[in-house]
Design a protein around this ligand. Structure first.
Ligand SMILES: CC(C)(COP(=O)(O)OP(=O)(O)OC[C@H]1O[C@@H](n2cnc3c(N)ncnc32)[C@H](O)[C@@H]1OP(=O)(O)O)[C@@H](O)C(=O)NCCC(=O)NCCS
Length: 354
C-alpha cells in the first residue's frame, strides 16, 4: 500500500533533525534546502514543499516542489510549483510510485506545474504519463575560456573520476599557456552579496519577464543557498555540496547611477549569469573582468540578447550550443491562455540554487 504525505512550511521546519529522518535509508531533502524552502517568499503556508511516498511505512521516494508566481496576460498573478527533485529508491521502482507523487503534486497545485532541468530518464517518464506538454526549448551557448578537463570528464567515465587529481594538474599546467582573450571595457562596477536600497530601486523599475523576481526574492536566493561548502556524508541524490560556489551581484555604474546589474553564480570555475537588468551591452563589456577575477574556465548563457550582444566579446577558445527543455502541465498552459509567452530567464526554476 503506497501512501503519499505532503509537508508544508510548518511541517518541513526541523524535519531533517527528527528521529524519523535519521532512520530513513536515504535523505529526501538536505538541511540547507529545508531552510531555503521555508524562507521562500513565494511559498504560501499551505503549499506542499516536499511529498514523501511510503510503502508500508518505509520511505520509498520523494518529490520536492519550489512554489513560484507568474503574471498572466491580464496582469493576474497565478501561483504554481516547479518540480524540483524526483526520486524513487531502486528497490521500489516500476511500482508507479513516481506517478503517484506526480498526481499528488498535480492535485495540490491545482495542475499549475512546470518542469525544467530534468534527466533524460525523468523526461521519458513525464512524457509517458501524458500530463505535460513540451514548450519551446531555450537555446544556450557554453563558452570555454580555459582547459577544464577535471570538471568535464569525470562524469563521462570512471577512469577520469579516479584520475581527477591528474586532470586538475594537467588543467593547471596547460592553462598557464592559455591567456584570456578579452580584457573587457573599463566600466565602474561593484560586487555585492546583498541587495541594497539603490539596487532594489533600480531592479524595481526594470522590465521583467512573467516571473518578475523582486529584490526580496533575490535576497532570499543569496541568503539561503542549497550548496554547502562543508562536505557531509549524505545519501542525498541531488546537489548539496560544492567547495567552490559563490553567488553575487555585479552592479555597473555610470555617473554614479546604476546602469546595469547582473546576478551571477560561479561553481567550480563555471560562471552563469542568472539574471541581468539594464543595458545588455554594458553587461557583456563587464563580463571579461568577472571572468578574469573569478578565474572562470567556462560560462553558460541561456539569454538570446546577452549571447547576441556578447558576439565575440569576451572571446572564448571554444563555444558549444546547448538547449534547455521545459515541460508545462497541460491544464496550467490552458489556464494561461494561447498567447501566453513562457519567457523564462536563466535563473528561473531551481537553476539559481545549483
Ligand atoms: C525516474 C524515477 C523517479 C521513476 O520512478 P518509478 O517509481 O520507477 O516510476 P513509475 O513506476 O511511477 O513509472 C510510471 C510510468 O513511467 C514509466 N517510466 C518510468 N521511468 C521510465 C523511464 N526511465 N523511461 C521510460 N518510461 C519510464 C513506467 O514504465 C511507468 O509506465 P506504466 O504506467 O506504463 O507502467 C526513478 O527511476 C528514479 O528515481 N530515477 C533516478 C532519479 C532521477 O533521475 N530523478 C529525476 C531527476 S530530474
Amino acid at each position: 500500500m503506497i501512501k503519499i504525505v505532503g509537508l508544508n512550511k510548518d511541517q518541513l521546519k526541523g524535519f531533517t533533525k527528527t528521529e524519523a529522518f535519521e532512520n530513513f535509508e536515504f535523505a529526501p531533502i538536505s538541511e540547507l534546502r529545508e531552510v531555503s524552502h521555508i524562507h521562500n517568499p513565494r511559498a504560501k503556508p499551505e503549499d506542499n514543499l516536499l511529498f514523501l511516498a511510503y510503502e508500508n511505512d518505509c520511505l520509498a521516494g520523494y518529490l520536492g516542489m519550489l512554489p513560484d508566481d507568474v503574471t498572466d496576460r491580464n496582469g493576474h498573478k497565478v501561483h504554481f510549483g516547479w518540480l524540483s527533485t524526483l526520486f524513487v529508491s531502486e528497490k521500489f521502482r516500476g511500482k508507479q510510485i513516481a506517478q503517484k507523487l506526480l498526481y499528488a503534486a498535480e492535485e495540490s497545485y491545482n495542475k499549475n506545474l512546470m518542469i525544467t532541468e530534468f534527466t533524460p530518464s525523468a523526461g521519458r517518464l513525464y512524457r509517458k504519463i501524458g500530463m505535460f506538454e513540451d514548450l519551446k526549448t531555450k537555446a544556450a551557448v557554453r563558452y570555454y575560456y580555459k582547459s577544464n578537463l577535471a570538471e568535464l570528464l569525470p562524469s563521462k567515465k570512471d577512469i577520469f573520476l579516479k584520475n581527477k587529481i591528474w586532470l586538475k594538474r594537467f588543467d593547471s599546467f596547460i592553462n598557464i599557456f592559455i591567456p584570456y582573450l578579452s580584457k573587457g571595457k573599463n566600466h565602474i562596477y561593484k560586487i555585492s552579496r546583498s541587495v541594497d536600497d539603490d539596487l532594489s530601486r533600480f531592479i524595481s523599475v526594470q522590465a521583467k519577464n512573467p516571473i518578475a523576481r523582486s529584490s526580496e526574492d533575490f535576497q532570499w536566493m543569496l541568503n539561503f543557498p542549497w550548496l554547502s561548502q562543508k562536505k557531509e556524508e549524505s545519501d542525498y541524490l541531488f546537489s548539496s555540496y560544492s567547495e567552490d560556489y559563490e553567488m553575487f551581484w555585479v552592479v555597473v555604474y555610470e555617473n554614479q547611477q546604476i546602469v546595469s546589474a547582473m546576478l551571477c553564480s560561479v561553481r567550480n570555475s563555471h560562471l552563469k549569469v542568472l539574471y541581468y537588468f539594464g543595458n545588455s551591452k554594458v553587461v557583456s563589456e563587464v563580463l571579461p573582468k568577472i571572468i578574469r577575477k573569478y578565474n572562470v574556465k567556462m560560462m553558460t548563457l541561456y539569454d538570446d540578447h546577452l549571447n547576441h550582444s556578447i558576439n565575440d566579446l569576451p572571446k572564448a577558445i571554444y563555444k558549444r550550443p546547448l538547449k534547455r527543455e521545459y515541460l508545462v502541465h497541460k491544464g496550467f498552459k490552458e489556464k494561461l491562455g494561447k498567447n501566453f509567452d513562457f519567457d523564462f530567464t536563466d535563473g528561473d526554476g531551481d537553476f539559481s540554487f545549483t
